[in-house]
Design a binder for this molecule. Structure first.
Ligand code: 6PG
Length: 466
């Protein structure tokens, strides 16, 4: 009998995922465009139920029907090229799973094209990096229900398990919903990473705390409300020494952040559908600004800033702890608000409770607070904004003063904290009964007769400003 699934693409993620599938006992075919990688994989991880294929024809021949083909190739053209090459070899009912970070619109375009041939495409976000892929990622599948049902036993076996034993995978609905959820996951990932980096910057530049001492701070934070994968790895990173120089590794890494686009897509999408995600957008902007290293070095000698005023490290640690937790809550609130809008905007049918459920383990943004997010949506599925859930409303009320102090200290010392500050502005904007948009409306009406509504009567008005 044949293989139950094939993994095509044996890069870091593909190879780790294939090993995970093999470890769970599913008969598997592996394929890579360059045969040497297939040979290397078989040599290292070969087993009686794992077979190599050296052409797409061979992949297709080795698979049970309906065929399940998991593409682990870079998003963009490589996915189209692979689908184009496979399509003539496949039969109606066969299933392609795209496990990369494809844009949801690409997924929907490919689903429509493949549907004409009766082939099903499951757009599947996979999070957790190499370790996650190997030992249990969070899996975010979207596409035809029949395709999901056919791969569910494999996905449930290889996925991360939440503390209550639930596999971190669920059917998220039709179309590109799986890749959409993964895109927003990455937007939240960008915001939390940047907020952590801002705390590191403050503790370094204002608190004068060396990385090793900061590592202990993050490690302690990781034992309470901030417990999360990103805080945990930060503690680890800050304790790591570069063997070549003996210096903390963070101090020898160039301060230019790269990006592959998923954070930017989240912001672009949010602008398109009119959902405010300033924390995510500021994180993308911060990466862009970091890229101007040469310009920044030149500007550092020319543009004035305040002289640094070292702050009490204990006070700073206490304040930044609160600010980071607040910023994390706001990042999730914004991401969830975008996911919620996509339900009406794109007709997606996932619910936010399920999304929080499958993010609890395996993925990069896994965090203790996801359990509370899940509870919030269990209690109130129609919650207008996560900030309004009693648990977060109270958490923010307790921390809003120290959150403001953190922004104060940063501004006073000229240390940029775009995500922590934007999160606070979002919080203050969202809780403002009255915003100065009345003046914006007046300006629009003044220069363009764009009209306005009034607080005291129904209708649309234009004022004769002349
Ligand atoms: C994950 C990550 C993963 C990858 C991102 C990073 O969930 O496992 O998000 O998908 O690390 O592509 O994106 P950047 O390269 O844009 O930082």
């Amino acid at each position: 009998s044949g293989s139950q699934i094939a993994v095509l693409g044996l890069g870091t993620m593909g190879a780790a995922l294939a090993r995970n599938i093999a470890r769970n006992g599913f008969p598997l075919t592996v394929y890579n465009r360059h045969a040497d990688k297939t040979h290397a994989f078989l040599e290292a991880y070969g087993a009686p139920h794992v077979s190599g294929a050296f052409s797409l024809e061979e992949v297709v021949r080795q698979l049970e029907r309906p065929r399940r083909l998991m593409l682990m190739v870079p998003a963009g053209n490589p996915v189209d090229a692979m689908i184009d090459a496979l399509r003539p070899l496949l039969e109606p009912g066969d299933i392609i799973i795209d496990g990369g970070n494809s844009h949801y619109t690409d997924t929907e375009r490919r689903q429509a094209a493949l549907a004409e041939h009766g082939i099903l495409l499951l757009g599947t976000g996979i999070s957790g990096g190499e370790e996650g892929a190997l030992w249990g990622p969070s899996i975010m599948p979207g596409g035809p229900r029949a395709a999901y049902d056919a791969v569910a036993p494999i996905f449930e076996a290889i996925a991360a398990k939440a503390p209550d034993g639930t596999p971190c995978v669920t059917y998220l609905g039709e179309g590109g919903s799986g890749h959409y959820v993964k895109m927003v996951h990455n937007g939240i990932e960008y915001a939390i990473m940047q907020a952590i980096a801002e705390v590191y910057d403050l503790l370094s530049r204002v608190g004068n705390l060396p990385p090793a001492e900061q590592s202990a701070v993050f490690a302690e934070w990781n034992r309470a409300e901030l417990a999360s994968f990103l805080v945990e790895i930060t503690a680890h990173i800050l304790a790591t020494t570069d063997p070549d120089t003996g210096r903390p590794i963070v101090e020898v890494i160039l301060d230019k952040a790269k990006q592959k686009g998923t954070g930017k897509w989240t912001s672009q999408e949010a602008l398109d559908v009119g959902v405010a995600v300033p924390s995510i957008t500021e994180a993308v902007e911060a990466r862009i600004l970091s890229g101007l290293k040469e310009e920044r070095v030149a500007a550092a000698a020319q543009l004035a800033g305040p002289s640094p005023e070292p702050d009490d490290a204990h006070r700073l640690i206490a304040a930044t702890r609160d600010a980071l937790y607040a910023a994390m809550i706001v990042a999730f609130a914004q991401g969830m608000a975008l996911l919620d809008r996509a339900r009406t905007e794109h007709g997606y049918t996932y619910n936010l409770h399920d999304v929080a459920t499958i993010w609890r383990a395996g993925c990069i943004i896994r965090a203790a607070l996801l359990e509370e997010i899940r509870t919030a949506y269990t209690e109130t599925p129609t919650l207008a904004n996560l900030l309004l859930a009693p648990t977060f409303r109270e958490a923010l009320a307790e921390r809003q003063q120290t959150w403001r102090e953190t922004v104060h200290i940063a501004v006073r010392n000229g240390v940029p904290v775009p995500v922590i500050a934007a999160s606070l502005a979002y919080y203050d904007g969202y809780r403002s009964e009255r915003l100065p948009a009345n003046l914006i409306q007046a300006q629009r009406d003044f220069f363009g007769a764009h009209t306005f509504e009034r607080v005291d009567k129904e209708g649309v008005f234009h004022f004769n400003w002349a």
